[in-house]
Design a protein around this ligand. Sequence first.
Ligand code: NDP
Length: 240
Amino acid sequence: MSRIWLVTGAGSGFGREITRAAVAVGDTVVATARRTPALDDLVSAHPGQVDAVRLDVTDMEGIQATVSDVIARHGRIDVLVNNAGRAHVGAIEETTDAELRAMFDVHLFGPAALIRAVLPDMRARRSGAIVQLSSMGGQMSYPGFGAYSATKFALEGMSEALAEEISPFGIKVLVVEPGTFRTGLFGARSASEETGPYAETVGPTRRMIESNVTTAPGDPAKAAAAIVTALDAERTPLRL
Ligand code: NDP
């Protein structure tokens, strides 16, 4: 039977490719994004299979309303993909409290709220899957990546407990740990030389990220296909 997916941050990068990969195996995707025009081409390329919905994962009320609406219109959510993400490169001393909280809002509090919203229905049906886009940075960290990694470590910890809590209800958790992939995550930065106290430690990380924007070895389309396959194979964590 074809599945109903809900993907966050589906307007670009992994979210867009996961949407395409799910559609390619005959499933239907509720593709969510903060800016729905970014989903227009997906909707027109796959009429009836991609439903574009506006969702900011930091909007807690919006999350519950969206999940209720999707279940009402599509009958259920079989696969939740917590994909939306934001980038930050900077020394801990140079990372503001506001930026750190913003990272946790998108990478931890949003996913947690979505999980709480989808689980009652999944538990009642004793079926479902939750895909957590973590990172290689969810297993290790290095200079300039402390804030980003802190959020992904937190997501991994939550996912490990969650997997054991919900497996008795027939619901699986797939944690995905990509390395470096060609997406818009780190945007286009100026290749200016780092100055200041962290030039020698964070500077190389910044330069590596800058070059990765266009030259990262990872193809997000291949990663997305691997995620769809891994869901069936129950292989977790998925290191890409
Ligand atoms: P992209 O920047 O291409 O995609 C991230 C998406 O998240 C964007 O579409 C963005 O939308 C969306 N987003 C950001 N904030 C919010 C929000 N508050 N609510 C809803 N959507 C939001 O990068 P990736 O595809 O690479 O990132 C996807 C996931 O993969 C992230 O969780 C990231 O941490 C993870 N990852 C990526 C790696 C890589 O090398 N690319 C490596 C390891 C992990 P908008 O355009 O509106 O900002």
